[in-house]
Design a protein around this ligand. Structure first.
Ligand code: FES
Length: 106
């Protein structure tokens, strides 16, 4: 018998009209973003932390990046990988859609 992995419900897909979408998870700020995909694949989503790994600034969306206003570290909007500081990364996890809800494996 297979057990289903527990998940945390992030919110109803219908509540988000555009991405990146700001959400709070356990009182911490995140963005739901559109994940990279090939043309023939369905859209996937990632949950990316809004807290900069450098010194805790709050990143903000700007064009195709999330930018920290404190010292201008920049991060890819789809993956959270830094675009100007090699090896740095915002916390990022894939979301699944179950029964119309964004869910995160826990
Ligand atoms: S705290 Fe974000 S770049 Fe320094």
């Amino acid at each position: 018998m297979s057990e289903q992995q527990p998940v945390k419900i992030i919110g109803s897909v219908n509540d988000f009209a555009a991405f990146p979408a700001a959400v709070n998870v356990d009182n911490n700020p995140f963005f739901i973003v559109e994940a990279p995909r090939k043309d023939d694949e369905p859209q996937r989503y990632n949950l990316i932390s809004a807290i900069c790994p450098h010194a805790g600034g709050m990143v903000r969306p700007h064009l195709n990046e999330l930018i920290c206003p404190l010292h201008y570290w920049c991060f890819d909007l789809a993956t959270g990988e830094s675009t100007n500081i090699p090896g740095e990364q915002l916390e990022c996890a894939p979301l699944e859609i179950r029964d119309g809800q964004f869910t995160l494996k826990v």
